[in-house]
Design a protein around this ligand. Structure first.
Ligand code: ADP
Ligand code: MG
Length: 647
């Protein structure tokens, strides 16, 4: 534990001290310029990594935010006579505001459309900076003077230290933020927006917040950029820079502050390295060695096929050959970047830092921090008293898809404390009913009442907040998060610290409580040992159980399980049976969709049978098993998977 903390914090401090000492040791304005740029790019890339790495969005606007922040800060000095801190705050604020304004509409879009929206924004911003000559002097360029910092005039080393100080503050703040519920929510919505909403964590608001923050950091970096170069031109913040920034994030390693720093050093140094033939040859050779090492590792560990292993080696080989053949490397800049980007995307999807982390962890034998003892289950999942009163009521519920009446007028009642079976042949509308109740779909007609009050229609998020939790027939886990984090994201009533406290790292206590609570739920479903495994690395059966643990983190009054036993082997079905009984004993009411008739018979006091979107029978398991309509529906089903209900 201490060793880990010492190593990690120690390295951070050592790198910071080393950088800070450079101006004292080396009296060279060229070197000073480079490390100042490194600090500025560091802030910029940490911001970009929030959107690209954590939110998983292709963000092509970060260079534009750098430009907007730069002009905002520069113009505040010229026209408003702002000091250093105020004008930097202006740069940050402009990034934050424009980021929010762009995020609101743009983040309603998916994948490529979002990328296009950010691209349009960049074009708009570049044109405005260029054409608004009255303010920016357009292509002619804007002279910016470096304002005083707390009354002091900063020389080049002084300004560098200011940049470094801000980088350190951003680093600490972002480390705290990204290791909190915020960071988990960012990653959760990347892996499954639907499940993020269904766990009561607002997908959209977190997306907007993350994007706004990233843009704010872009603006802050812009302010520093302006006072560093003291001359601004709109074309500096165009497409060329954006490609280089993306290269920096991907090459350094996504989802990593160190990755952003490594990426920043590379892109700060790269243009200079390319102009020196000897250095360029050295870099290409290093690239080739890394490609060979990564390829071999991938082949040995079977994480990469021949293409993934070989293609980067070929690309780097071409680079090495080129470094001896090409006359003027500067002219080939874009081709060189393209080769590098290709090699990294294919061969090192985790970037240099992700690749190095495996080795460093083994070299120093860094163990992950120990887990706390699980919290008592009575605290995490307090026992509810149940009285058999009406909990959920569906009245004439309908959901059509075009002409398909998937749910065609269902009325049913679920009472507190019961396990209510919902069965029917494939395609009979079970999942659709659940999707309408839980807010994934809006109903075409009918009412849904929870304890007599209308349940919000068509909002997963609001329904989740009303005390209904669910699992998904087609698993919706947060694949890249650990099992523990999957449960922690969903925990209700734990995260109360306001953002400033989180940034300052003062939310550790609630984080520890959350960890203990999540562990208790993992143990409940028998996954205590797998707490640290990534969700996507778990077996299929364990993934199903993890979804149940995650739903329980909502402390639900009503839990809806959509075919939890589908695809499970027989021993796992028995395990599942025991877990559902345990959950029921805690007073949680359950709607259980299930094909195994023996499971239904054993667990459910009431069963509703659907066919063609309508209820064809309801009663106890014994009653419906003998119902001729039910027998006919199942025997009539062409799908051989559904077992006949008669035992
Ligand atoms: P079950 O869960 O009982 O197997 P579903 O609720 O998944 O059944 O499906 C009921 C019917 O609704 C099926 O005919 C299915 O094709 C249709 N359906 C379900 N979801 C959609 C959708 N998103 N778009 C169009 N049709 C759908
Ligand atoms: Mg279904």
């Amino acid at each position: 534990m201490w060793k880990r903390l010492l190593l990690i914090r120690g390295t951070e401090l050592a790198v910071l001290a080393m950088l800070a000492a450079i101006p004292l040791v080396v009296n060279n304005s060229y070197v000073l310029g480079l490390i100042t740029l490194l600090a500025i790019y560091g802030i910029l890339l940490i911001g970009l990594d929030v959107t690209v790495g954590y939110l998983g969005q292709v963000n092509l606007a970060q260079a534009a935010f750098l430009g907007l922040g730069a002009y905002a800060a520069g113009l505040s000095v010229a026209h408003l006579e702002f000091g250093m801190l105020a004008s930097l705050a202006m740069g940050f604020g402009v990034g934050l505001v424009f980021g929010t304004v762009l995020a609101f509409p743009a983040l309603r879009l998916e994948g490529p459309q979002f990328a296009l929206a950010t691209l349009s924004f960049s074009a708009l911003s570049a044109t405005t900076l260029n054409e608004w000559e009255g303010l920016t002097l357009g292509a002619q360029g804007l002279q910016v003077s470096r304002p005083p910092f707390l009354g002091m005039t900063l020389d080049a080393p002084g300004f560098f230290w200011l940049c470094l100080l801000l980088l350190a503050l951003v680093w600490i703040g972002m480390r705290n933020l990204l290791s909190s519920q915020w960071g988990r929510a960012f990653e959760a919505l990347r892996d499954s927006p639907v499940a993020t909403d269904a766990m009561g964590v607002g997908t959209y608001r977190h997306k907007v917040a993350g994007f706004a923050l990233a843009s704010g950091l872009g603006g802050l970096a812009g302010g520093l950029y302006a006072f560093n170069f003291q001359y601004l031109q709109p074309q500096s913040f165009g497409w060329d820079l954006m490609v280089i920034l993306l290269l920096g994030v991907v090459l350094g390693g996504r989802k990593s502050l160190w990755g952003a720093l490594v990426g920043a050093s590379l892109i700060a140094l790269l243009p200079n390295l390319l102009s020196n033939r000897g250095l360029f040859q050295l870099i290409s050779a290093a690239g080739l060695i890394i490609a060979v090492a990564a390829g071999t590792r991938g082949l040995l560990k079977k994480t990469a096929g021949p293409f993934r292993a070989l293609a980067p080696v070929v690309a780097m080989g071409v680079l090495v050959a080129g470094s001896f053949v090409v006359e003027n490397t500067e002219d080939w800049r874009k081709a060189i970047f393209a080769l590098m980007l290709f090699a990294v995307v294919v061969g090192l999807p985790e970037g240099l830092m992700g690749f190095a982390a495996h080795f460093l962890a083994r070299l120093f034998r860094i163990a992950p921090p120990p887990l706390p003892a699980p919290a008592p289950l009575d605290d995490v999942l307090p026992k509810r008293t149940v009285d058999g009163s009406v909990l959920l009521e569906l009245r004439g519920l309908e959901r059509y898809f075009g002409g398909v009446k998937a749910v065609d007028g269902i009325s049913m009642t679920v009472r507190a404390g019961e396990i209510h079976g919902l069965i029917g042949p494939n395609g009979s509308g079970k999942s659709t009913a659940v999707n309408v109740i839980s807010g994934l779909y809006t109903p075409t007609g009918g009412d849904i009442l929870l304890r007599g009050k209308a349940l919000p229609a068509g909002s997963l998020f609001k329904v989740a907040r009303s005390g209904v939790a669910r699992t998904f027939q087609n698993l919706q886990l947060f694949g890249e998060l650990s099992a523990l984090d999957n449960v922690m994201v969903a925990l209700k009533d734990v995260y109360r610290s306001p953002l400033p406290l989180v940034l300052l790292g003062l939310a550790r206590a609630e984080e520890n409580r959350a960890r203990a609570a999540a562990l208790a739920l993992l143990e409940l479903v028998g996954l205590g040992e797998q707490a640290r495994s990534r969700a996507k690395d778990l077996t299929y059966g364990d993934q199903r159980l993890l979804e149940i643990a995650r739903a329980l983190a909502r402390k639900p009054e009503l839990l809806i399980l959509d075919e939890p036993a589908a695809g499970l082997a027989h021993p796992d079905v028995n395990k599942l049976l025991g877990i559902i009984k345990l959950i029921h004993e805690r007073g949680i009411s359950i709607i259980l969709i299930e094909h195994h008739m023996d499971v239904i018979s054993e667990l459910c006091s009431v069963v509703t049978v659907l066919d063609g979107g309508r209820i064809i029978a309801a009663g106890t398991a014994e009653q419906i098993k003998r119902d001729p309509k039910v027998i006919e529906a199942y025997l009539g089903a062409t799908d051989g998977v559904a077992p006949a209900p008669a035992a």
